[in-house]
Design a protein around this ligand. Structure first.
Ligand SMILES: [Zn+2]
Length: 504
């Protein structure tokens, strides 16, 4: 009964379970969509439909509710010819079905559903189990995003964080500012590096999500217990939008959507009132579109050269009696935090945008190398954090650097006192797409590292990871997805060794 990510508790019971087309499902009303999804999976695998019954004694598969179970948790008991699935929420039931899919091997063709008797008791290690995709440097369309959400939900990841904006492209329709799609969503060329030499090609690149597409994505994700967290990165990494509205920069002079990958020195002016109005207008439309409790405001890697030389920025600093240029960024973020809080949203920013005056209600995403003291300091003052050490979980890096082993060994609680552990919301991986252009490249970088991320975010990270990964790989083969086969082949020998000590 191998499940990926590994469940909190599971054990074998002697005996076996087998059903064919005569078996029936009994289901607590609330969980009917999940039970139907299970029946669909059985149909795809075995070619027969399981019928529903109102008489529990006649059922071989039972979906029932137990309010005492944790939110996303579930229990599966397979014994004496009956499989009973218990959960307290539809998300828990969704994950139970994903586990049954692996237990019963429903991604392959078979005659009947067959497995050993057993017991699984499961709930997530972290509430926030995320993955970030940068769709600014290279745009990925709705179909790819839906497939990504699907793959994530199958391994119980629950947050897709979309990096929607950067210097190289603004990828979201905003009705109030149509130039954000007319101008900011397109660039005339991109930086290409060949044999260590970089040049700008003249291949145009563009694309953006319409509001209708966002609504479709949000709905598709919600059915799979995935929240879409939008990111509007500011005050730096904003050149694409500034190319459309240059009056929002300090110099008023931004010529084009950036083609180079490095961050531009042109950033939003912190002294111009129109900037605050513009960003609040954009955030209002973002909040209308994305029901997520979180809005990510980026905040990383901001060159302050323009602010130092800008009259409006310097005036704003003296008005506010701010003597550090970094605190001007904190003031700006605080303005947007208050605005978003009035709409019930919590702000996330990356840790290098956090200063000593950053409100503790702002969540910090630790993405620069996680040093012991940084996680400790943030959580000790009551701040929530998300763990994303870039050397370990940026999957755009090679498999040698951000290796599966490193992901599996990642300890999100590193440096955090026991009493502050609740402040670690969870873990998030990422793909920055400067050098990831196609769907094939994307899935090569992603798979199977996404599975390792899920193991860290949900499970207990047991030694038999590669054995449990086999069913996922068979599924990727079935879909024709381009995962890293070379890496997987290298691991197969090690997986055989692990089998010796494998328990359920
Ligand atoms: Zn300025």
């Amino acid at each position: 009964m191998r499940i990926l990510p590994s469940p909190q508790k599971s054990e074998n019971i002697s005996g076996s379970f087998c059903i064919d087309g005569n078996a029936m499902i009994f289901c607590d009303g609330e969980f009917v969509p999940q039970a139907e999804r299970f029946a669909d999976l059985v149909y795809e695998s075995c070619g027969f439909f399981l019928h529903f019954t109102d008489v529990i004694e006649n059922a071989q598969i039972i979906f029932s509710k137990d309010k005492a179970l944790p939110d996303e948790g579930y229990v599966i008991m397979i014994n004496r010819g009956v499989a009973t699935v218990t959960s307290s929420t539809t998300s828990g039931c969704f994950y139970a079905v994903e586990s049954l899919r692996q237990i019963f091997n429903l991604d392959v063709k078979q005659q009947r559903v067959l497995c050993a008797d057993g017991y699984v008791e499961d709930s997530p290690r972290f509430a926030y189990r995320g993955f970030m995709l940068d769709i600014s440097r290279h745009y990925f369309d709705l179909d790819v995003l839906k497939q990504l959400v699907d793959l994530m939900s199958q391994v119980k990841l629950n947050v897709l964080h979309l990096h929607l904006t950067d210097d190289q492209g603004f990828r979201l329709q905003i009705d109030k500012y149509p130039l954000l799609t007319e101008i900011a969503s397109k660039r005339e060329g991109s930086e290409v590096t060949v044999n260590g030499e970089s040049y700008i090609d003249d291949v145009p690149h563009g694309g953006y999500l319409t509001k209708e597409q966002v609504r479709q994505l949000v709905e598709f994700a919600a059915m799979r217990n995935v929240t879409i967290v939008p990111e509007i990165d500011l005050p730096g990494h904003f050149v694409a939008a500034l190319a459309a509205y240059p009056e929002l920069s300090c110099t008023g002079n931004v010529a084009e959507v950036r083609k180079k990958w490095s961050a531009s020195k042109d950033i939003l002016c912190a002294g111009n009132d129109n900037v605050y109005q513009f960003v609040c207008d954009v955030l209002d439309e973002v909040c209308e579109l994305f029901p997520s409790p979180y809005v990510h405001l980026g905040g990383e890697d901001v060159p302050k050269d323009r602010w130092c030389n800008c009259k409006l920025c310097r005036e704003r600093m003296s008005q506010l009696k701010i003597d550090s240029i970094d605190e001007l960024q904190t003031y700006m973020i605080e303005t947007f935090r208050k605005h978003l809080e009035s709409k019930g949203k919590t702000v996330i920013i990356r840790n290098d945008g956090v200063t000593k005056n950053t409100d503790t209600r702002i969540v910090s995403q630790l993405w620069t190398t996680v040093k012991h003291h940084r996680a400790a300091r943030q959580t000790r003052i009551g701040r929530k954090i998300i763990i994303s050490p870039r050397r370990k979980v940026n999957f755009n890096q090679s498999y040698r650097v951000a290796s599966v082993k490193r992901i599996l060994r990642l300890n999100p609680y590193h440096g955090v006192r026991n009493s502050d552990k609740d402040n670690v919301l969870g873990v998030e991986g990422a793909i920055w797409t400067q050098h990831v252009e196609t769907k094939d490249q994307l899935f090569f970088q992603l798979l199977p590292r996404l599975d390792a991320l899920a193991e860290c975010a949900w499970g207990k990270r047991r030694k038999d990871f590669f054995l449990r990964l086999q069913k996922r790989l068979a599924y990727y083969d079935k879909l024709g997805l381009n995962y890293n086969r070379k890496f997987v082949r290298k691991q197969s020998g090690k997986a055989d060794d692990a089998q010796q000590g494998d328990t359920l």
